[in-house]
Write a protein that binds this ligand. Sequence first.
Ligand code: NAG
Ligand code: NAG
Ligand code: CU
Length: 349
Amino acid sequence: MTVFLFYLVLALRACSMLFASPISQPLHGTPCKSIDHRKEWRDLTAKQRLDYIQAVLCFQSLPPRNSSSRATSRFEEFQETHIAVTGFVHFNVGQFLPWHRGLVTLYTNALRNECGYNGPGTYWHWTRDIDSDLPMEQWQIFDPNTGFGGDGVSGTYELPPDPLPDNIGSTNPPTADFLPREQCYKGCVQDGPFANLTLHIGPGRLYTERCLVRGFDPSRRRQLSGPVIEGLMESRTFEEFRQGIDVTGTGIHTAGHALVGGEVSNLYSAGGDPLFYFHHGNLDRLWWLWQHADRERRLYDLSGPTDKNDPTTKITFDFELKYPGLAPSIKIRNVMDSLLEPNCFTYEP
Ligand SMILES: *[C@@H]1O[C@H](CO)[C@@H](O)[C@H](O)[C@H]1NC(C)=O
Ligand SMILES: *[C@@H]1O[C@H](CO)[C@@H](O)[C@H](O)[C@H]1NC(C)=O
Ligand SMILES: [Cu+2]
């Protein structure tokens, strides 16, 4: 049956090509007015990098739009939305990559529309640093003057007690964190533009007032190295690809979070560190590269359960991606092709 369907799909594709419907025509959405050419952080000009950081600082100081939310800024509203839907968009579900694609676009657009950023969208290609063999402290992304500041300082932060046990995947997911705490919540970031940032949401689903916490974990480097990523890119189906990214504990997604540690390693409150959007931008770029290595077959390849607790559920293009408090829901079919509304971006090599 499956084999038959596969050939039927191939046949239909061949027919649609005969009827002059090239894949570059919009299949599932509205063409964009303009396309954002997203660039790696280091490939921005020095001025664009400073502008970007200024825009993030601005976003952190803008009041929330929803006055009854517990977020204290626009930046925290994004963090709060991620927390609200964490259980529905993670843990090996088919909507994981599509949902985060939509979130990164919403965030980038907000930096533009609300804080005047006018450079390209950006992300952090961690493999470039990992394969450089430089110690993490010397990576440009963590530079206090031109980047996001460095590691947390030991002894400057203490995690509050976790009112719920650490039992990931159960109906009582962890409140504070999902990784060994001592190492990952090393301490406050005390250099760079976010040294004085006060966060009000997190860790996890708690609401506490505190600094931006990091705790580098260089042992995660090998999980994000060139050969690992090359292996991922050899995935032949979306199913294989998404599992390579997102299998809990061993996946590339988790490794990137844990590499930086602290807030961004928290499954719930990760959005408290601006680098959250840089890590997800890079995951999205890998998905985009994989899609575009065989656009014809892969652009609309989608699979996986929609419910982490029920492997028999199946994702469809009509599945609604929800961004409560931020934006109207969008259907997955509208995020598959980044060259259509509402995403409108491409990645520069
Ligand atoms: C953080 O606060 C200290 C002390 O008020 C100040 O010297 C420093 O410039 C501030 N850093 C940033 C990035 O705002
Ligand atoms: C504003 O926040 C409250 C409290 O979190 C929430 O119940 C409500 O739905 C939000 N309103 C909008 C428009 O998002
Ligand atoms: Cu997430």
